[in-house]
Write a protein that binds this ligand. Structure first.
Ligand SMILES: Nc1nc2c(ncn2[C@@H]2O[C@H](COP(=O)(O)OP(=O)(O)OP(=O)(O)O)[C@@H](O)[C@H]2O)c(=O)[nH]1
Ligand SMILES: [Mg+2]
Length: 324
């Protein structure tokens, strides 16, 4: 017997249905296993998501983004502890950019996160990107949904904010914190990458280092000129390692949530996000369907060669894939 799921979602195996039930009852190990099913893109993972979706939408999804080493994990850690004091339960999803250079940082994360893991109300998951970033935005948002369904009050998503893909990952969040530091001059880079525009709260971390005040002044000038009468983006300073400024940051996050709730922006964000999710999945499925047969019978390769050798133009080649 398998549990019924929404149209289009796959059937859930007995084992997975049991996991979903236990997850909803608050079982931590079941939560970990469902996340693995989702991460490994299994049919059971998709089916579990289908079942869990109706239980989502309660958590406050908070994104923390910023340059490599800006202190995002330390901040997420400090935030989680402060939120616990306020009696909130927490899920953290950290997206690790796997590169030989960041192994140390990941190890550091693991150690820090083990410290958090002692609290049963904090659930931490690290996801490696394995180089391929495509699909990661969807997966991050799926894992956040699972944590949401599991009843976490706040879900924190940590990503390195370097390019468009990371901006997309951050867009799963309702409240996005952009972390900058006086060290390393990543401020200018962030402004270039469009990271500033997605910030709901700006944080100058490592405020114990020289240059924090001038960075804050720079940010203040940049946001004031950009806001044109809109409510300005709060700019906070923190020393994450000493847990300084964390109360204010937590307040700012809560205030942002209340503000978007009151103004109706939360509702429009939800609509926008739902639309984006549907279109992204549709794009992926149509592409898979269109390419399945041509990949198997070699006709895709033939078209590729035809275009490369100028016997065929790419428009005609694409049209043939749809027509067949
Ligand atoms: N001086 C100082 N160091 C800090 C502060 N916050 C974090 N750090 C240090 O900065 C380093 C990087 O911190 P992480 O929290 O791992 O930074 P991250 O942004 O998560 O790093 P990645 O995930 O690798 O991009 C660590 O050595 C931290 O101890 C701070 O407020 N002041
Ligand atoms: Mg980190």
């Amino acid at each position: 017997m398998t549990a019924a799921t929404g149209n289009g979602a796959e059937a859930l195996s007995d084992g997975a249905a049991d996991l979903v039930e236990r997850l909803l009852a608050g079982d931590r190990r079941a939560l970990a296993r469902v996340i693995s099913l989702v991460e490994n893109r299994t049919g059971d993972g998709r089916a579990a998501l289908g079942q869990l979706y109706q239980h989502t939408g309660k958590a406050h999804i908070v994104g923390i983004t910023g340059g490599s080493g800006a202190g995002k994990s330390t901040l997420a850690n400090a935030l989680a502890l402060e939120l616990r004091k306020r009696d909130r339960t927490i899920g953290i999803v950290a997206v690790d950019p796997t590169s030989p250079f960041t192994h140390g940082a990941i190890l550091g994360d693991r150690i820090r996160m083990q410290e958090l893991a002692k609290d049963p109300q904090i659930f931490v998951r690290s996801m490696a990107t394995r180089g391929e970033i495509g699909g990661l935005a969807a997966m991050t948002s799926d894992v956040a949904s699972v944590l949401d369904a599991a009843g976490k009050d706040v879900v924190i998503i940590e990503t390195v904010g370097a390019g468009q893909d990371e901006v997309e990952i951050a867009s799963a969040a309702e409240t996005t914190i952009v972390v900058l530091t006086p060290a390393g001059g990543d401020d200018v880079q962030a402004m270039k990458a469009g990271i500033m525009e997605i910030a709901d709260v700006l944080v100058v971390n490592k405020a114990d280092l020289p240059g924090a005040d001038s960075l804050k002044a720079l940010l203040l000038a940049a946001t004031t000129s950009a806001s044109r009468g809109r409510l300005e983006t709060p700019i906070l300073t923190t020393v994450a390692t000493k847990r300084e400024g964390i109360t204010e940051l937590t307040d700012a996050i809560d205030e942002h949530r209340q503000r978007i709730e009151r103004s109706g922006e939360r509702e429009s964000l939800r609509l926008e996000r739902a639309r984006r999710q549907i279109l992204a999945l549709l794009r992926q499925r149509l592409l898979e369907e269109a390419l399945r047969a041509p990949s198997l019978d070699g006709s895709l390769e033939e078209l590729v060669r035809g275009v490369a050798e100028r016997r065929l133009d790419p428009y005609t080649a694409a049209a043939r894939l749809i027509a067949d």
